[in-house]
Write a protein that binds this ligand. Structure first.
Ligand code: S3P
Length: 183
């Protein structure tokens, strides 16, 4: 088996992909890219504004284009947005170009962590629980089918979760030699 040049984090909103991604990147001596933040940086508009002006379809096009461009690189930790796995072409890229880790979170944990969030357009709804349950129902099979490994949230801090995941990855992720030496 060839080493996987990148580490890709997938999972629902509020699973801690960005925070855990930053810590894992530090641990492995790699740069961390946050796909949503990168879309915002390049467009100069927030995800919410893009949804508002171009609709979800417009956002998904930007997400797919950027994912395809970014993943041509090697040696990165990439935190994806929760819906980045929806397009089959995105899944193919993620599968081919990296080791995919599914960060799991229960709806309860998501509700707690995102209680004060006003930036996510999909949570702009009167019944967040119902929305998150529906998304989980649709997406969990997709995350599961794509992931090389999955990590359940134990209600711990991102720091602890990252340490636990890093230990797991030491045994499961075959990194390219250069990234390994830097760690
Ligand atoms: C989305 C998740 C968000 C962001 C957008 C859509 C989704 O990213 O990409 O609001 O479809 O689940 P996070 O998972 O980082 O919150």
């Amino acid at each position: 088996m060839n080493p996987s040049p990148n580490l890709f984090l997938i999972g629902p909103m509020g699973a801690g992909k960005s925070s855990i991604g930053r810590r894992l990147a530090e641990r492995f001596g790699l740069p961390c890219i946050d796909l949503d933040a990168e879309i915002e940086r390049r467009t100069g508009a927030s995800v919410a504004t893009i949804f508002e002006i171009e609709g979800e379809a417009g956002f998904r096009r930007r997400e797919s284009d950027l994912l395809a461009a970014i993943t041509t690189g090697a040696g990165m930790v990439l935190a994806t947005g929760g819906g980045a796995v929806l397009a089959p072409a995105n899944r193919a890229l993620l599968r081919e170009r990296g080791f995919v880790v599914w960060l799991q979170a229960s709806v309860e944990q998501q509700l707690q962590r995102l209680a004060r969030d006003r930036k996510r357009p999909l949570l702009d709804t009167p019944d967040r629980r119902e929305r998150l349950e529906k998304l989980a129902l649709e997406r969990d099979p997709i995350y599961s089918g794509l992931a090389d490994c999955s990590v359940g949230g134990a209600g711990e801090s991102c720091e602890h979760a990252a340490a636990r995941i890093a230990a797991l990855l030491e045994t499961q992720w075959r990194r390219p030699p250069m990234a390994k030496e830097d760690a």
